[in-house]
Design a protein around this ligand. Structure first.
Ligand SMILES: Nc1ncnc2c1ncn2[C@@H]1O[C@H](COP(=O)(O)OP(=O)(O)OP(=O)(O)O)[C@@H](O)[C@H]1O
Ligand SMILES: Nc1nc2c(c(=O)[nH]1)N[C@H]1C(S)=C(S)[C@@H](COP(=O)(O)O)O[C@H]1N2
Length: 163
């Protein structure tokens, strides 16, 4: 069973200013793309404001719950409240910059503002952590851009545990 953690990082979704569409968009993408997952999969969703300690706490809680793929959406932009990369980076054993590079490169022709996102992606233990922009329409674009590398990455980090 693959446990997938989904974290919406959004002041406004947390406060109820708008209904969260980011978490459900990640879940919908997983539903469409994990149908063949051996042993099945299960999602665990959290919504937090743009506060580093709360973002980190959500990541650590989902790791503790056994999530091996954690996908955060929101808070990657250039404003002072956008702190998801700063919150996630210290938790990574290794950053995998290719994930963010591919997300931005694939979106560039369609959405030039794609380069405003500072996605932090990498591994912690045997888990892969990804961050995506908050815009719900960015979610299938960004996940679609990198999905081809995810099963192999999960297998590599599971097969080569730290001492
Ligand atoms: N979780 C979400 N659910 C629904 N729409 C969202 C969500 N996150 C972002 N959006 C939409 O995408 C647009 C761009 O997101 P923006 O960068 O302003 O949000 P954020 O910084 O990720 O979240 P917030 O401003 O709530 O902290 C917003 O105008 C909003 O309409
Ligand atoms: N594929 C894609 N990437 C995207 C976007 C988008 O609409 N599609 N929006 C951009 C915009 S406008 C911003 S400000 C940044 C950061 O968004 P965030 O702060 O909500 O994470 O993501 C960028 N990346």
């Amino acid at each position: 069973m693959l446990h997938v953690g989904i974290i919406t990082v959004s002041d406004r979704a947390t406060a109820g200013v708008y209904e969260d569409r980011g978490g459900p968009a990640v879940r919908a993408f997983c539903e469409a793309n994990l149908a063949e997952q051996e042993g099945g999969w299960e999602s665990h969703a959290r919504i937090v404001p743009d506060e580093p300690p709360l973002i980190r706490a959500a990541v650590l809680e989902l790791l503790e719950a056994g999530c091996r793929l954690i996908i955060a959406t929101g808070g990657t932009g250039p404003t002072h409240r956008d702190v998801t990369p700063e919150a996630i980076r210290p938790l990574l054993d290794k950053e995998l910059p290719g994930f963010a590079e591919k997300m931005r490169a694939d979106a560039w022709d369609d959405v030039p503002t794609a380069i405003l996102a500072r996605q932090a992606c990498g591994v912690r233990g045997d888990a892969l952590l990804l961050s995506l922009p908050g815009s719900p329409k960015a979610i299938p674009q960004c996940l679609g851009a990198v999905w081809g590398a995810i099963p192999h990455c999960l297998k590599l980090i599971a097969d080569n545990p730290a001492e």
